[in-house]
Write a protein that binds this ligand. Sequence first.
Ligand SMILES: Nc1ncnc2c1ncn2[C@@H]1O[C@H](COP(=O)(O)OP(=O)(O)OP(=O)(O)O)[C@@H](O)[C@H]1O
Length: 263
Amino acid sequence: MSAVLDLKGVTVRRGTTTILDAVDWQVNDGERWVVLGPNGAGKTTLLQIASGRMHPTSGSAELLGERLGKVDVFELRPRIGLASASLAERIPGDETVRDVVLTAAYGVTGRWRERYDDLDTGRADDLLAAFGVSHLAERTFGTLSEGERKRTQIARALMTDPELLLLDEPAAGLDLGGREELVGALAELASDPRSPVLVLVTHHVEEIPPGFTHLALVKDGTIHRAGPVAEVLTAENLTEVFGMPLVVAHGGGRWMARSVRRR
Ligand SMILES: Nc1ncnc2c1ncn2[C@@H]1O[C@H](COP(=O)(O)OP(=O)(O)OP(=O)(O)O)[C@@H](O)[C@H]1O
């Protein structure tokens, strides 16, 4: 089993703030990780490092066997798919849904003079179908619902056939139906052996799709616990990370958490 992500002592500082504090984290081939933790814990910063969009202040980060700082990140980035709110903001509202996915082949948003061949167009259409948004291919991104946007963004992140797919809060802002559809689509992705290694950031245990294998609990810029989901997702660990008494339940491949009722 080879390491797809290997972080050793990764620290990120901005001014006097330590955002990540000596993080050690290894993600291996075939694994599907959830990164869970409260607001401000450092999850997005961790994904910035994992996607090669930020360098650690100290420590070492190896992505797909390449050490950050010693590799051309522009060659590395197409091998890593990323879907996040900040990337979505850069997608022009008047871009068609098909082009939102297609333009990822060149790592751009907004179609200009690039030429796409039939293979690219075919792949974009297959991805739109896989995420249930084929019927929206000619619509503009700006007219989509939040759930349709999220599914289009994941299709876009998969366009370059990445070896690692990073999803930063893909269910944020979705209603119950939208969340359940997305969790279902991610469960399918997780169960497909051809899928890339997956890392999903979320605030909610209810959003952990069946088939995700590992969990990293993040707190105060550190990975508090990491390992197989069933071992790490305990009431004790969640209580420590969220700083309040919590209980956890598991059923039908899904998880839920709630506070312990006070008498
Ligand atoms: N450039 C910066 N300068 C100073 N502090 C920063 C900077 N960027 C992020 N932070 C702080 O670092 C902490 C971690 O931020 P990050 O966005 O990684 O957390 P997060 O776990 O993704 O949070 P959320 O769940 O709220 O999205 C936050 O307290 C944030 O305010």
